[in-house]
Design a protein. Sequence first.
Length: 194
Amino acid sequence: NTISDQVLKELFDALHYMNMKELRAFCKSQSIPSTEKKAALIEKIMHFVKTGKILPVKEFPANAFAKKGTPYPLEPRTKILHGSFKNDLKTRNFFKKLIGNHFHFTAFGIDWIEERWFAGNPPTYQEFATMWQREYERRKKTKAQPKKEWALLNFMQRYQEEHANASKQEVMSAWKKEREKQAKRAQELLKKLI
């Protein structure tokens, strides 16, 4: 029984309005592991709907982890390893020396580090600094869209473009209605498709 691309897209879009509690509850009901971030849970749910199969939890390979007791100095050539990397003042100041005072931790930066960890290719601090600066310059010219799983930010952006004079209270009220509507739609589609 093939599911149309249109229905799959509608489900994918609606799933982003579900909160983590709702997504985890569905995953639990289907024995889908639910320890990962929102985007990974949505990917697992979509895969399950399409194939009936459960994707395993995505894990970092052994070479992405810091070895206990090993010092990892903040130097350009040091690899950023899971377990040794911190988003603290000392690390932020180190990146400001490499990049400039405009540096701040961003979702695109953290995602990039995690992608490298999953690929078994942890970056060095200098590689991260180079990537971050390049992306920062690119985003000055081309505005980046919020990640799909940030449904609230995406909704607020669209709503404020369409209703320029809306108060914050009106925006949040509209968001609450839309979130409930879309989350309900996602749950209806899941019941129908499973």
